[in-house]
Design a protein around this ligand. Structure first.
Ligand code: F6P
Length: 547
């Protein structure tokens, strides 16, 4: 069944939200807290090892009520059912969107074209398991009989960002294998990695859903050439495996079909780490941990599918984001994990969110007349505090932020952890409360600062406050909670796309640049600059003359 097309601005909930926004735009969170002693109890959600406190938002119960009405009016309930049931909701590519099937229970039945895809998923999972165990145990060896010490993931976009993020996030759970990632077509990138490798003991995992991606194919060719300097063509089979839907192209590349891990066109690249695209994750942390990651995601899927919308974590985060994006005019959202392990979360979510919801045409094929995809950015705290927090606290822009923290540190170092977490709590409090002129003056008085100096300094030291944040507090960073966290954001993206009436699962916007790059490459190769605007022609000529 196709998704409906409802312009959200034409719903009655949207109109009510516009009126409500007029009342709320100047609302002070501090006052809202003073007016309602039970505010935090009302605006928090607990589920498994997760607690989300969203009371530090510029909302009242009426705001939430209206946002929930919006979700109902755009048909979110039936859209969720379509999403999980394998309906063709990626209509511009005529595909189902079933990354949730990759982490479904073995007993689940999800049909695509009459076939239960769950059984295919489990076949591939068992292939991943066997392969992982053979590599990590040393049973599978390289061409000189030595066990593998290094794994290189060659892929880009969704075939890189998910594995990189998860391997980094799960470093604590890692085994002895050194894991590297080659993504950029920048030759300096691949050469820097090659420098660290021994061909006898390195396994290469080429990940490309389409197996047509210029970056991945170029890097794979370069690596194979380097490999063949010390090994033979026959040895390629022992050292190169591929993850792809395009078995024909993989075979053409010279990879043995038995070394191919299939995936399916109903898995979008940016949602694919749960499939064999996650092979590198499995190799890095072991199959059982990889499976836990999937289980964590599956549990979040169940929560998303079954919890009432007012108790539903992904729905709540999505609605709050719509509130700021479409009514307050916020352009971006920051994601600040208070753990260094999640340093790649923001780039990962950038692809997930911006490639999905960076669309300006509605599902009815007409240009939208409202804002869609938010800009996502972030860095781990406390580093972020010393980099860009100044702008969040005292700049002119409204930047809603998600703060993600963990109760238990993995190495048990509470000296560090308590300092880390005191910053975590302090920042959301500071962002909400700010610091008034009176408070600043009181500090000056205490410090005995002269009247003249105080008068000059005071405006610079005032913090307006009232900056919205969500606090996502999780018991401990584990494969399972990581899986749930990623799925939480995946479903947030889905809900936003439904509300914005856009197709979240295609990415036509990345094609134009690829096409132009191919024709410019021909011009560079033949040293003939063809028809371009004068700026591009000028730059190309300068490049060709000086290269
Ligand atoms: O850049 C667009 C894109 O198609 C992403 O959606 C995808 O994750 C990436 O390229 C890599 O594609 P592939 O896995 O087919 O090499």
């Amino acid at each position: 069944m196709a998704l409906n097309t409802i312009n959200p601005t034409e719903t009655s909930a949207w109109k009510k939200l516009e009126m409500h926004y007029n009342e709320m735009q100047k609302a002070s969170m501090q006052e809202l807290f003073q007016l309602d002693a039970t505010r935090t109890e009302k605006f928090n959600l607990k589920w498994n090892d997760f607690l989300i406190d969203y009371s530090k938002n510029i909302i009242t119960q009426e705001t939430l009520q209206l946002l929930l009405e919006l979700a109902d009016e755009v048909g979110l309930k039936s859209a969720i059912a379509d999403y999980f049931d394998g309906a063709i909701i990626n209509q511009t590519e005529n595909r189902a969107v079933l990354h949730t099937a990759l982490r479904a229970k073995e007993s689940a039945v999800i049909n695509v074209d009459g076939d239960n895809v769950v059984s295919e998923v489990y076949e591939v999972k068992s292939k991943i398991k066997v392969f992982t165990n053979e590599v990590t145990s040393g049973e599978r060896t390289g061409y000189t009989g030595k066990p593998f010490t290094d794994v290189v993931n060659i892929g880009i976009g969704g075939s890189d960002l998910g594995p990189v993020m998860a391997v980094e996030a799960l470093q604590f759970y890692k085994n002895h294998l050194n894991v590297h990632f080659v993504s950029n077509v920048d030759g300096d990138h691949v050469n820097e990695i090659i420098k660290k490798l021994n061909p006898e003991t390195t396994l290469f995992v080429i990940v490309s859903k389409t197996f047509t991606t210029q970056e991945t194919l170029t890097n794979s060719e370069t690596i194979r050439k380097w490999f063949l300097e010390s090994a033979t063509q026959e040895d390629v089979a022992k050292h190169f495996v591929a993850v792809s839907t395009n078995i024909e192209k993989v075979t053409e590349f010279g990879i043995n079909p038995s070394n191919v891990f299939p995936m399916w066109d109903w898995v979008g690249g940016r949602f694919s780490l749960w499939s064999a695209v996650g092979l590198t994750i499995s190799l890095a942390v072991g199959y059982d941990n990889f499976d836990e990651l999937l289980q964590g995601a599956n549990e979040m899927d169940e929560h998303f599918k079954t919890a009432d919308f007012d108790k539903n974590m992904p729905v709540t985060l999505a609605l709050l984001s719509v509130w700021y994006n479409n009514f307050f005019g916020a352009e971006s959202e920051a994601v600040i994990p208070y753990t260094q392990y999640l340093q790649k979360l923001a780039p990962y979510l950038q692809q997930g969110t911006m490639e999905s919801n960076g669309k300006s045409v509605g599902r009815d094929g007409k240009p939208v007349n409202y804002q869609t995809g938010t800009i996502i950015w972030g860095e781990p705290g406390t580093n972020a505090q010393h980099a860009f927090f100044q702008l969040i606290h005292q700049g002119t822009k409204l930047i809603p932020a998600d703060f993600i923290g963990f109760i238990t540190p993995l190495y048990g170092d509470y000296d560090h952890h308590d300092k880390l977490m005191s910053n975590f709590f302090a920042q959301t409090e500071a962002l909400m409360h700010g610091k008034s002129g009176e408070q600043v003056q009181a500090e000056f008085d205490k410090q005995g600062i002269s009247e003249e100096k105080a008068k000059f300094l005071l405006p610079f030291k005032v913090f307006a406050g009232n900056k919205p944040t969500n606090t996502i507090l999780i018991q401990k960073l584990s494969p399972k909670t990581l899986g749930s966290l990623i799925a939480l954001y995946e479903h947030k993206i889905f809900v936003q796309g439904i509300i914005w009436n856009i197709f979240s699962f295609d990415q036509w916007g990345v094609e134009l640049g690829k096409q132009l790059a191919n024709s410019i490459l021909d011009e560079i190769n033949t040293k003939t600059v063809k028809n371009h605007d004068s700026s591009t022609a000028f730059l190309l000529n300068h490049f060709l003359m000086n290269k």
